[in-house]
Design a protein around this ligand. Structure first.
Ligand code: GLO
Ligand code: MG
Length: 341
């Protein structure tokens, strides 16, 4: 049995860099109702999804509001899967958070992250996600790459020291909003884990689209993390080639690539230690408001259809094709299975 999650930002108003919102917002309580209706149990949170206008509030107010959200989730039978500090929207992190050239801004990023660790504790999760959005450059000369990596390690160490239960899940992404990010792939992520004071508590969250943007295959990236026991969450979605980050519905661009992701997860027992099948999907801007969460429903449905495809796949035939080194035969075997032939 798989458990599914998504973030409240996945139900959105349709604004993009070229045009404003086209749908009225759903408020937080309405979004919680959608989780229940669609059979999702886990919520992926940013600190300010839990406490809006977080920068304007005192620590005591923030913890009080987080406590109230936690009680509401308990009532609804929902759980917080992850908490992530939204470090990329503040006026104080324009040049990056942990890698800003300004020491005051770097200190702010660490303080804000420690506060988000406290929020995670309040929400009952030890999964602390870092999507390192602005830890990179628009032009190479703007930052020192060695110092930048050291700053990220130092920030992680401070967080690991601050709370002995949290574990850090880095969500790598190669670009956007930056031209180049310092931690673009799961390989970079795991190397970083071993430079911290507690490598056991650092792992990864792999997003399909981010792997494709790096020119890599998502199922191989997942396999890499699984071989280290460090795939602690996923953001399944899809992406049509090298362009802006699309966050399409899972399986909608390339069914075979989606099949291979489900296969590597299923065959390696993903979910057996409580990991969620997380989605990070955007609905099309054209979608009417009252059906603007179909992308979530469809992505979950596709995942389950593909679990079925993995379980009914003829592995003995695969073994024979491999033994004969007949990869042309294997290719057709996979395609016909996906086509139901
Ligand atoms: C953007 C990321 C972003 C993160 C989220 C959780 O490209 O995928 O949506 O997943 O902020 O940290
Ligand atoms: Mg993501």
């Amino acid at each position: 049995m798989y458990r599914f999650s998504f973030g409240p930002w996945n139900i959105h108003e349709g604004a993009d860099p070229f045009g404003p919102a086209v749908r009225q917002s759903y408020d937080f309580q309405q979004k919680l109702a959608v989780y229940r209706e669609l059979g999702f149990e886990g919520i992926q949170f940013h600190d300010d999804d839990i406490v809006p206008d977080i920068e304007q509030k005192s620590y005591a107010e923030i913890m009080k509001e987080a406590g109230a959200v936690r009680r509401r989730l308990d009532e609804l039978g929902l759980v917080a899967e992850i908490v992530a500090p939204r470090l990329w929207e503040s006026e104080r992190t324009i040049d990056g958070a942990f890698t800003s050239n300004d020491a005051k801004e770097r200190a702010y990023a660490i303080e804000r992250s420690k506060q988000a660790v406290d929020i995670a504790r309040e929400m009952g999760t030890n999964n602390f996600v870092l999507w390192l959005a602005r830890e990179g450059t628009y032009i190479r000369e703007a930052k020192n790459p060695v110092d930048s990596v050291n700053y990220i390690v130092d920030a992680m160490n401070q967080l690991l020291e601050y709370d002995s239960n949290i574990r850090i899940l880095i969500e790598p992404k190669p670009n956007e909003p930056m031209d180049h990010a310092y931690i673009p792939t799961i390989g970079h992520t795991l190397a970083l884990a071993y430079r911290t004071i507690d490598p056991k508590r650092v792992g990864g969250l792999i997003e399909t689209a981010h792997c494709i943007l790096a020119g890599l295959d998502p199922s191989d990236e997942m396999g890499y993390a699984l071989s280290f026991d460090k795939l602690w969450s996923v953001h399944l979605n899809d992406q049509n080639g090298l362009k802006y980050d699309q966050d399409k519905s899972f399986g909608s661009d390339n069914l075979r690539r989606a099949f291979n992701q489900v296969r590597v997860l299923e065959e390696n027992g993903y979910g057996k230690n409580g990991e969620f099948v997380g989605l990070d999907v955007k609905v099309m801007r054209t979608q009417p408001r009252d059906i603007s969460y179909k992308h979530l429903e469809n992505s979950k449905k596709m995942f389950l259809h593909l679990v079925d495809k993995v379980r009914t796949y003829d592995k003995e035939a695969e073994r024979q094709f491999i033994a004969a080194r007949d990869y042309e035969g294997l290719d057709l075997h996979v395609l016909e299975h996906l086509m139901g032939r």
